[in-house]
Design a protein around this ligand. Structure first.
Ligand code: SAM
Length: 326
């Protein structure tokens, strides 16, 4: 096995899988209050179909898988999928991105099934604001319980993702920063990406976030990084936790992108922020051979674009993030 690489010689070894387009929250920066048009259940890949895709991708060199959504924990039987994927010898990292509201219920089962790590989205530490941002009946305490459960079953690391929005939650930058010192949290601050109908006026750049966070102390680059993704990591002196910055808008990191994405309805996308995709669902349902499936994956990789164009005003329009996995 020589491994997959795209037309720009980037090695591709990471597959993000959206297992559902359903979400139990309606975060303001991610989707409209009314939600998004949902796919019929029959269009959503079964766990067996997802397993078949991952097995083929693993034979081509994919060794890391992240499960996302929608909210992946609203799909029943998720630990069963994790268990199936953990049986594929060459997959050595299975992680989950979740909003954390249901995590306390499933953490132990997920751990036992073979899940290694979780990223939890949390955009505020204030209960009222949690309701405002997520437009749901879940509460901040549901997520905090999820974080505690993730730590108690020893997912490592547990990272928290925060989309920073001016006038909404940027007043909490220092509160989250302080948590990296007092509680050893790993917090990743994400620039808000424009989505169709979204409000780009709320954008805060990472350089501005960093300037404000440095009121808590000097941020030192982390030598031993807690991740190998798009974030750049720093920490305050003596902090056990870390600060990660993700700059999809102000400084793209496409030159080191190693990802493919599988949508809930079985489309393989070479890039989150480009509308190209290759259908795997119909070929799977028509009984495509493992060799044929691997060819489709290789063809998708060839079409991976060099970079996205958010900085030039591009807005993702074809699908909401909840369908492509954020
Ligand atoms: N439900 C899960 C969750 O909340 O983490 C997984 C899906 S969610 C779409 C995945 C990630 O996308 C989250 O970390 C979320 O913050 C991020 N996201 C969604 N819309 C975004 C936007 N407009 N800009 C930046 N990140 C966004």
């Amino acid at each position: 096995m020589t491994g997959l690489s795209d037309s720009f010689q980037r090695p591709i070894n990471y597959l993000r899988i959206s297992v559902t387009d359903r979400c139990n929250l309606r975060c303001t920066y991610c989707m409209p209050a009314s939600g998004v048009r949902l796919m019929p259940h029959s269009d959503i890949l079964t766990y067996e179909e997802i397993y078949t895709v991952v097995r083929a991708a693993a034979q081509l060199g994919i060794n890391k898988v992240r499960i996302t959504g929608g909210e992946p924990l609203v799909r029943s039987g998720l630990p069963h999928l994790i268990h199936m994927l953990a049986q594929i010898d060459t997959i050595d990292d299975i992680s989950l991105t979740t909003n954390g509201t249901l995590l306390s219920r499933y953490a132990a089962e997920l751990k036992q099934a073979g899940l290694k790590r979780v990223n939890i989205s949390l955009d505020t530490l204030k209960p009222d604001k949690f309701g405002y941002i997520t437009r749901s009946n879940y509460s901040l305490s549901d997520v905090l319980e999820g974080i505690n459960a993730a730590k108690s079953v020893r997912f490592n690391p547990v990272k928290l993702n925060l989309v920073v929005m001016a006038g909404i939650n940027d007043d909490e930058l220092l509160d989250f920063g302080a948590k990296t010192i007092s509680d050893g949290w790993h917090v990743r601050f994400i620039e808000s990406m424009p989505i169709a109908g979204g409000d780009t006026a709320k954008f805060v750049s990472v350089s501005e976030m960093r300037r404000r966070l440095e009121q808590l102390g000097e941020l030192e680059p982390c030598l031993s990084s807690v991740g190998n993704g798009p974030a750049k990591y720093f920490s305050f002196p003596h902090a056990k936790g870390t600060i990660g910055f993700i700059t999809p808008v102000s400084e793209h990191f496409c030159f080191r992108c190693n990802r493919l994405r599988l949508t809930a309805d079985g489309k393989l996308r070479p890039c989150l922020l480009a509308e190209d995709e290759v259908d795997l669902k119909q070929p799977l349902r028509n009984g495509i051979s493992p060799t044929g499936l691997k060819q489709l994956i290789e063809e998708t990789v060839v079409h991976k674009p060099l970079r996205h164009h958010l900085a030039e005003g591009y807005v993702l329009k074809d699908r909401p993030f909840s369908q492509v996995g954020g």
